[in-house]
Design a protein around this ligand. Structure first.
Ligand SMILES: [Zn+2]
Length: 482
């Protein structure tokens, strides 16, 4: 692929680009879905193409092609240059890129079992076993299960001297059961909602979660929710499990710290942020002292775990919030200098070859604390544990939110006494994180994948993971009605 990359880079330079990069990408995807015993939507696809990004006269141009040939890459470079020249007429200021080293490197996702080499019979057999267990009782009207795999090979070259090859593999598995009865409809999912859990790994993800062993429990819980009482209203202690905490991190820490949103460059999909640079005259308290939120695109298994981002910048680990104090936004080579950063922290990523890279939430996790789960429950007098996300809503500035979970477990005087349906809670981002007073330890910690993070115009989808262990927040408004 190197000669194709060179063709695009040389063409862009000869047409006046002061900077150019090219990404050639090959994809392979497989998605298997079973609904009430019937396979639907078996999805096997392969595609390839290339995107060329250039700077001319201080403005960006971008063009893509689904033909990987020298003429097609040269033509894409010419289109990108023409777009940049037009953009330069209306630019407010010149784009300046922070420095980065020139690197030639290969990076690949570590994995044990290639999911594309596992037979279709084995995969559908697994989904069928799960489906039968989910639908044992007649109250379960819909059982859905899925396996999804994606492999992405990328060749990247830029005029700053980098040539990078990456081979990324992502795997996911999960299911849900929907119960109907008693004038109600309730859903339970495993290991999390919205299509299961996904990680950068191979087919071994299937063995990492006891999918078959949890199916009957999940179906039974969905049925039990039909006749469970509603979540009580008022202020309580709230314990979030890993999957719900992941959503909390994504919406109230991830998006508000995308620097393009902070600076007002990007405002789609509840797109602004309360985390304005003016707040940083002094230290900004984002949470309590035990709150350490770490961005890490090197963590094994993270969906955004890569060698290099789409600026060709090496993935890294850094604190967004350290001991409760805000430390960093997510930056790119373009935005880092705007807040006085020497270098980008590698958060520029594109959805495929046919989109320009934009600022993206990296893997972002709440670091584990010291508690065992048993001790955390035993220490809670009047609380609710909320598990697995069901709904979310957050304001434009990413400050006031209301989130709902699939199931609530009531804790009275240190003991779980029963379940409640439709649990939800609301809060104000820094107040909520400021009330975080206990985090479970590493034994309870896992990474939870987000595969559908939408942003941009035209819309792009990105993937990332959020790590967390069960975590307690004091004095939270729960059981909001209407
Ligand atoms: Zn998102």
């Amino acid at each position: 692929m190197k000669p194709y990359c060179l063709e695009a880079i040389d063409a862009a330079k000869s047409m006046g680009a002061s900077y150019a990069d090219v990404r050639v990408i090959q994809y392979r995807r497989e998605g298997l879905y079973l609904r009430n015993g019937t396979p639907g939507n078996l999805n096997f696809s392969e595609s390839q193409g290339a995107g060329v990004r250039v700077l001319v006269g201080g403005a960006w141009g971008f063009a893509s092609t689904n033909q990987v040939s020298k003429p097609a890459l040269k033509e894409a470079a010419a289109r990108a240059v023409a777009i940049a020249k037009a953009s330069a007429q209306v630019k407010k200021q010149d784009v300046r890129l922070s420095p980065k080293p020139a690197v030639e490197d290969f990076w690949g996702t570590p994995f044990t079992i290639d999911p594309f080499k596992v037979s279709l019979e084995e995969k559908l057999g697994l989904l069928s076993r799960i489906d039968a267990l989910l639908r044992k009782r007649p109250e379960i009207k819909v059982a859905s299960s899925s396996l999804q795999f994606a492999r992405e090979k990328q060749w990247y070259m830029d005029t700053d001297g980098s040539f990078l090859v990456q081979d990324l593999l992502r795997s996911g598995a999960g299911y849900s059961a929907t119960a109907v009865g008693n004038g109600d409809c309730q859903i339970r999912s495993y290991p999390q909602s919205w299509g299961g859990n996904h990680k950068s790994m191979g087919y071994e993800i299937v063995a990492a979660y006891d999918l078959v062993g949890n199916a009957e429990r999940i179906a039974d819980e969905a049925i039990a929710l039909l006749t469970a009482p509603e979540c009580p209203s008022g202020k309580r202690d709230l314990i979030l499990d890993g999957p719900q905490l992941a959503l909390q991190i994504h919406e109230s820490v991830g998006h508000p710290n995308e620097l393009d949103r902070v600076l007002g460059f990007e405002a789609n999909y509840a797109g602004r942020s309360f985390m304005l640079p003016e707040l940083h005259k002094g230290p900004f308290k984002y949470g309590s002292e035990i709150v350490n939120l770490v961005a890490d695109c090197t963590v094994p298994g993270g969906l955004a775990t890569i060698g290099y981002d789409d600026d060709g910048v090496r993935a890294e680990r850094f604190h967004v919030v350290q001991n409760g104090i805000h430390k960093n936004w997510f930056t790119t080579r373009e935005t880092a200098p705007l807040v006085g950063q020497q270098a980008s922290n590698a958060c520029n990523r594109a959805d495929g070859f046919n989109n320009i890279p934009i600022t993206r939430i990296p893997n972002l996790s709440l670091m584990p604390g010291t508690w065992t789960y048993e001790d955390l429950v035993a220490d809670t007098k009047d609380g609710i544990i909320m598990e697995v996300n069901k709904s979310w809503s957050i304001d434009q500035m990413r400050r006031n939110f209301q989130f709902g979970a699939e199931i609530g477990r009531v804790v009275k005087n240190g003991k779980i006494t029963g379940i409640v349906k439709n649990p939800n809670y609301q809060g104000d981002t820094p107040v909520f994180w400021g009330n975080c007073d206990a985090i479970c330890n590493q034994d309870h910690w896992d990474l939870w994948g987000v595969i559908n993070c939408g942003k941009g115009q035209p819309g792009q989808t990105a993937e990332m993971s959020h790590g967390g262990a069960p975590t307690r927040f004091r004095n939270v408004e729960v059981g909001i009605r209407g």
